[in-house]
Each structure stands twice: as C-alpha cells, then as structure tokens.
Design a protein around this ligand. Structure first.
Ligand code: NAP
Length: 340
C-alpha cells in the first residue's frame, strides 16, 4: 500500500485539571497538535478505536500507584487500535492493524516495537475488549487468581460491564454450578439473565446488596469476582463458603470518593472461613495470553460468547464516553470509534 500523506495536525485529548471527586468535562481539553513524521523504527498510526477505562480515573489523581499519573497538559494515554499510515519500521507496512498504548489521539507516532500487530480479519475493536485487556482480566482473574473449578458458584459485581460480562460467561462455559451478578439498572439485570446467560442477577441500587445476594445465592458462593468494592465486598465476604476466594480486581464504587471507604466491616469472617482475598493486576498475567486467545477465540468462532460493546462515535466525544462509563452508561466494553 502506498504511503499516505500525513496531515500537519491531529486532535488529542489532554488532562486539563485534576478532579476532586467526580470528574467533569472541564477536566479535559481537546487540543490540535502537530502529527510527528516517523523516525527510524517508528510508525504513524491513524486510530480507529479508543478505549476508555475505569483505571484512567485513578491516573487523573497525582498519587503514586501501579501506573504513573497522567501529566497535566499531556495526552490521556491508554489502549487504542488503528492502521499504520506511515512506516519507517521493518516489518510494518502501511495498512497494517496495530494495538498500542498512546491513547486519546487521532494520530500516534511511536516506536513500532511498542505496538502489537493484530489480525485484521477480526473486528479491530475486539482487541480492546473481548480479546484485549478486559477479556484477559476476566479470564486470568477467574481462572488463575480465583482458582475456578467446575461446580463453583460465582458472584460477579459490575456484571454487565466489559470485565464482568466476560467473567460470568467464562464461568458458565467452564462449568459453574451457579453464576449470579449485580448491575446498576433493571435493563442491565434483564440483559444479564436473558442475553448473557447468568442464572440470576439483581440491581444493587434496589436494596442492600447482602439481602439481594442471599436471595439469588441462598447456599452461598465459592468465588466472588470484585469489580466494585465497598458494600459489595462486604456482602460477598458474608456469602462466601468455607475456603471461598475473592478476586479483588477493581473498586469502582470508591474511585470518585473524597473520603476513605469504611469497611468491609466483616473482614474477620475470613479467618474462620479460611477465605483467600487476592488482589490482581492484569499485567501480571500476560503469560496466559496464548491460552486466553485460543480458548476465547474458539468460543467466539462457535458463537458461544455474547459480546457487546457500547460504541460512542466521534473523537470529540471521548471525554463524554469516559464520564458516561463511570456513570454506568455502558453495557459491555465502552469504546470510542473515530469517524472515517
Ligand atoms: P465496566 O464494568 O465496563 O464499566 C464500569 C461500570 O462500573 C459502569 O458501567 C457501572 O455499571 C459500574 N459502576 C460505576 N459506579 C459504580 C458503583 N458505585 N457501584 C457499582 N458499580 C458501579 O469497566 P471494566 O473495564 O469492565 O472494569 C470493571 C472493573 O475492573 C473496574 O473496577 C476496573 O477498575 C477493574 N479492572 C481491573 C483490572 C486489573 O488489572 N485489576 C483490569 C481491568 C479492569 P453499573 O450500571 O452496573 O453501575
């Protein structure tokens, strides 16, 4: 494919201010910036899909964490997929589809070695969701961290989201005895049981989580996959059976809190029940990638997995898509599609 002429400028989303509590549109700035020509070993990618993720909220704070904070006045980095439009790198041709981490920008100039070529016969957006970071989080969290075994009863919070909807379906496909989930609307609860194959689900906004969980899993649970923290984690500790496991994947209920959360207040139950509560970061599990792609890819080909992305059109809507995701606007993976 012939090298394309690069535009002089492209748009980027920068962090304009650090939020205190819930982020607002004014915390982000849409900026026109020069598109850098590629140096030796570099490629220029025209992005087609961008990922907006809960962990980005943590990076908006100026605190030490497992990923460095975003810098004020700099681009919001993150997962993106697109096509190479200029290449000075061996093995990378114009038209190749690549995944990279340079985030919220229309054009990304980067060392080719920092990108991953992907098979463009699959929808590119799948590399940010079902076959990407969130899919691997679900797969590794349930199987490797949670030590899932056929016959286990599984409860997952954030169940209608990117990670949660995969956790429930993987548990079912691997032979769970019961899969229950919680989500934040009647419609999501309906989708969980009718479309995603959960045995039961409840809306956590409809009443105490512990009471609602006891109704859908009266005999208790073997694994809790925690995407939410707080009240959900406390309820799950109460419901976990002897030798139960909690996979601590996320705590989205507290990402916008300005005060430290209270609890879980019943942590001492973990002693008598010999529970294992284990934090996880997907980055520790990339060794599982080949097995993950093989097994999940097969389920996809066989039509055994229901994959739903919530796609927001237009680069200019990226910050709104991120804010919407934090408020629960998505079912499945929240993505931004850049206009043709
Ligand atoms: P997601 O679930 O697709 O989207 C976020 C969802 O969180 C929203 O749709 C919303 O759904 C829910 N939510 C927002 N506020 C909530 C609250 N106060 N209580 C309960 N639910 C709330 O996002 P995701 O990418 O799949 O991530 C899910 C979790 O996994 C997050 O906590 C994320 O940080 C974590 N994660 C961790 C790793 C890791 O390596 N440890 C990797 C990826 C993701 P509702 O409408 O149901 O409220």
């Amino acid at each position: 494919m012939a090298e394309q002429t690069l535009p002089a400028t492209g748009r980027e989303w920068h962090l304009a201010a650090r939020p205190n509590g819930w982020p607002v549109p004014e915390d982000f700035a849409l900026v026109e910036a020069p598109v850098q020509a590629p140096g030796a070993g570099q490629i220029v990618v025209r992005n087609e899909f961008l990922s907006v993720d809960p962990y980005m909220r943590g990076r908006m704070n100026d605190v030490k964490s497992y990923v460095p904070p975003f810098r004020l006045g700099a681009v919001m980095d993150g997962g993106a997929v697109g096509r190479v439009v200029a290449s000075e790198a061996e093995g990378f041709a114009v038209g190749d589809a690549v995944l990279h981490g340079l985030g919220w920008r229309e054009y990304a100039t980067l060392d080719a070695a920092k990108s991953v070529k992907v098979d463009a016969s699959l929808p590119l957006q799948s590399y940010l969701g079902v076959l990407g970071m969130t899919g691997l989080t679900a797969y590794a969290g349930l199987l490797e961290v949670g030590g899932f075994k056929p016959g286990d009863a599984v409860f997952v919070s954030g169940a209608a989201g990117a990670v949660g909807s995969m956790v429930g379906q993987i548990a079912k496909l691997r032979g769970a005895s019961l899969v229950v989930g919680s989500a934040g609307s009647d419609e999501k609860v309906r989708r969980l049981t009718e479309d995603f194959g959960f045995d039961a689900a409840f809306d956590y906004k409809n009443g105490p989580v512990a009471e609602q969980l006891a109704k859908v899993a009266p005999e208790g649970i073997d694994i809790y996959f925690d995407n939410v923290g707080g009240e959900h984690l406390e309820a799950a500790i109460g419901a976990l059976k002897l030798k139960g496991r909690a996979v601590l994947c996320g705590a989205i209920a507290q990402y916008n809190d300005t005060n430290p959360p209270i609890g879980p207040r019943n942590l001492a139950l973990a002693i008598g029940k010999r529970l294992r509560l284990e934090g996880m970061l997907v980055g520790d599990h990339y060794g599982l990638q080949p097995q993950f792609v093989a097994e999940v890819g097969e389920w996809l080909r066989e039509g055994k997995l229901v994959v739903e992305d919530t796609v927001v059109d237009g680069f200019e809507n990226t910050a709104d898509a991120f804010l919407g995701m934090l408020h629960g606007a998505n079912t499945g993976k929240m993505l931004v599609r850049l206009n043709g």
